[in-house]
Ligand binder design. Structure first.
Ligand code: GTP
Ligand code: MG
Length: 270
């Protein structure tokens, strides 16, 4: 396995900076004291030995971690999101966020040819690496987590280059009517996510909003009310400077929507 040599000089510099003050002080004082009282060479050399030791320590601490090859990871589950930084070539990380049962895992599974169990809630953050067909072939990572845990949702956002935010009209997969309680749940989720992204040093630069479960709500009694509400939720995000905001209506049970979703994803891969 290769190591990430390109990042090594920077990491060494950072280590040396954080250790340098102490090393400089110890060796400087040591040399002065030893010279002042006229100690033999072997003792005045001690501070130099400390410096050599400290440089060795910095080398050890900054030694590049092993890189992971994207092609070898396709289809695997990555449970430590920080490992995504070790993958080469570097890949676009797409975070799937939204309240529980909005359809994140189902969509992710469709895009990466994984099996999704409709009645199984996601319990921990994970990512999967998948391929974007074309020349050259590109890899990207899809990041998913438990919708009912804000902490996990923020972790996904922190480890993503762009976000897919999932909204829907009602819990589960069979109801056609809009649930007011569900809309309030989405509003609360968006408020929390907006607050979180605002205080991020380098937040995502692109967000795609998905109004999911179109197979149910589109022919139901509240379709117009729902799409107006959706627009009212998405529009304020378009005011944010430097943020690209797009949206689509989607169903995981409509084949052409799944193809469109794959295209949306491919268009965003660097
Ligand atoms: N009708 C309909 N149901 C859907 C659609 N997408 C997902 N579902 C259903 O919605 C339910 C929840 O889907 P998941 O993909 O597990 O939801 P999730 O967002 O991953 O939920 P958590 O893991 O709890 O965060 C399941 O019963 C899915 O079958 C869709 O497009 N239409
Ligand atoms: Mg899930």
């Amino acid at each position: 396995m290769n190591r990430r040599w390109s990042s090594w000089p920077k990491r060494f510099g950072e280590q040396a900076n954080s250790s340098g003050g102490v090393v400089g002080l110890v060796s400087g004082l040591g040399t002065m004291a030893a010279t002042a009282i006229g100690l033999p060479l072997v003792i005045t050399a001690a501070p130099a030995a400390i410096t050599v030791g400290a440089v060795g320590y910095c080398l050890f601490k900054s030694w590049p971690e092993k890189s992971l090859k994207a092609a070898a990871l396709v289809g695997t589950t990555i449970t430590s999101l920080s490992d995504l930084w070790l993958i080469e070539p570097q890949l676009t990380r797409v975070g799937f966020v939204g309240p529980s049962q909005a359809g994140k895992t189902t969509t992710l599974s469709n895009l990466s040819a994984r099996h999704a169990s409709p009645n199984v809630r996601t319990d921990n953050p994970y990512a999967t690496v998948t391929l974007v067909p074309g020349q050259p072939t590109k890899h990207f990572a899809l990041v998913d987590a438990a919708g009912q845990q804000f902490a996990q949702q923020f972790k996904v956002a922190e480890n993503s280059d762009l976000l897919f935010i999932f909204l829907d009209h009602a819990l589960g997969e069979t109801i056609a009517q809009v649930s007011d309680a569900r809309l309030r749940e989405h509003e609360q989720f968006l408020e929390q996510m907006r607050g979180y992204l605002k205080q991020q040093k380098s937040p995502v630069s692109s967000i795609h909003f998905i109004l999911n479960k179109r197979d149910k709500w589109e022919n139901g009694p509240d379709a117009e009310l729902l799409t107006n509400w959706f627009q009212s939720q998405v529009n304020p995000w378009k005011q944010a400077p430097g943020l690209t905001v797009t949206h689509s209506y989607h169903s995981n049970f409509i084949t052409s929507d799944n193809i469109s979703m794959a295209n949306i994803l491919r268009d965003r891969v660097k």
